[in-house]
Design a protein around this ligand. Structure first.
Ligand code: PLP
Length: 381
């Protein structure tokens, strides 16, 4: 089997697995307990927090451990809305993950869209126009929500530039870095954002572990109340084993950054072959992209047909479109980039990661061309 769906979830790294087994072998591990076993658990948790903070250039104490990326995004958006008493407007980029768009929609605050260019990057000139002469009394604090890298196209966003624009307008910036972490260098100081969300399972850590970084002093209130863990900002006993796995995965991913960057070379060969032999259109190709992500379309070849054909050939990929309640929706990300319906309906996402090999890229191209020759290419031959 070839696994080319790392942006959905990445296989568990051996280092993360071992770190979790070590915690489970410790016995009882409530890090809030004051006895010996509790203190041992606290030590493991704080080492994980230090690894997570270190990976993004943050102090450990500014990291709030959460149950994944979705929860981190929700804590940021709802936590800001509560702290600002609803007096804010979320400027949500048109390509955000639903964890952000839906959290904004349910926050009770106003929401505006921040538009992207046809390359799939935030349109900075339009953002500047949107914020020029911002009426703070009417719209409250502008809060930009811009991801670091898009989960469908891999397009890397101009986060530092956008954060500067919003800061100059007296606003705040939230960055969902779930897809960027462990694939490109991430530094909260250089990005200049106020909040940054992370998830373990996209980089070979376990599912259900994540974190929210927030700048000291940035407005944030708890949305889950209880025992007061995580400095009162996220009550509930921490998942020590999962966070230990996250810490180990993040250390390994940072060490592997040069190896990950090499994937661009194999992706180039794969895309060049698909363009030449089948005339596919690569989405977001003109922009900087995550080295392991390739989203391409062949109008007339339905995305779900491609996913099924590839699965039969032993290759795991995703449709560029999201599937909900049995209905396949066209990708909102691609439509926001101005793609036609025909392109958006035929786009698939291949994503490679820490254990991908050059043979995986070649295997994806072989399987895809084989499926295409039996369907669309035959008709046009
Ligand atoms: N944000 C982005 C950009 C994602 O790609 C994902 C997962 O697909 C999430 C947030 C949600 O993360 P999690 O699965 O850890 O809740």
């Amino acid at each position: 089997m070839i696994y080319a769906d790392h942006n959905a979830t990445s296989p568990l790294r051996p280092e993360a697995r071992q770190a979790m087994l070590d915690v489970w072998d410790m016995g009882a591990t409530n890090p809030s307990s004051v006895h010996t076993s509790g203190r041992a658990a606290r030590g493991v948790l704080e080492r994980a927090r230090t690894a997570i903070g270190g990976a993004i250039g943050s102090r450990a104490e500014d990291i709030i451990l959460t149950g994944g990326g979705t929860e981190a995004d929700n804590l940021a958006l709802h936590g800001i809305a509560v702290a600002l008493d609803g007096k804010c407007t979320f400027l949500v980029s048109a390509i955000e993950h639903e964890a952000v768009t839906k959290a904004a929609a349910h926050s009770g605050a106003r929401v505006q869209t921040a538009y992207v260019t046809p390359d799939g990057q935030l349109d900075l000139a339009r953002l500047e126009d949107q914020l020029a002469g911002w009426d703070h009394a009417k719209f409250g604090t502008p809060v930009l929500c811009l991801m670091l890298a898009n989960n469908e196209t891999g397009v890397i966003q101009p986060v530092a530039e956008a954060a500067r624009i919003v800061r100059e307008a007296g606003g705040l910036a939230v960055c969902d870095a779930v897809q960027g972490l462990g694939k490109i260098p991430v530094n909260v100081g250089l990005l200049g954002v106020d909040y940054l969300s992370l998830s373990a399972h996209k980089i070979g850590g376990p599912q259900g572990a994540g974190a929210l970084w927030h700048r000291a002093g940035a407005p944030l209130k708890a949305i889950v109340h209880g025992g007061g863990q995580e400095r009162g900002l996220r009550s509930g006993t921490e998942n020590v084993a999962a966070q230990a796995g996250f810490g180990a995965a993040i250390d390994a991913a940072i060490g592997d950054l040069p190896k990950y960057a090499m994937l661009a070379r194999y992706r180039h060969d794969m895309e060049t072959r698909l363009e030449r032999e089948a005339g596919v259109m690569v989405m977001g190709k003109a922009a900087d992209r995550l080295a392991g992500t390739s989203n391409f379309a062949k109008p007339g070849f339905a995305a779900e047909t491609q996913v099924m054909a590839m699965d039969l050939a032993g290759v795991c990929i995703s449709a560029g479109s999201a599937c909900s309640s049995g209905k396949v929706k066209r990708s909102l990300v691609l439509l926001a980039m101005g793609a036609s319906d025909a392109l958006a309906e035929s786009a698939i996402r291949t994503s490679f990661g820490w254990n991908s090999t050059p043979e995986d890229f070649a295997g994806v191209a072989d399987a895809w061309l084989d499926a295409a020759r039996r369907t669309v290419l035959k008709e046009t031959a």
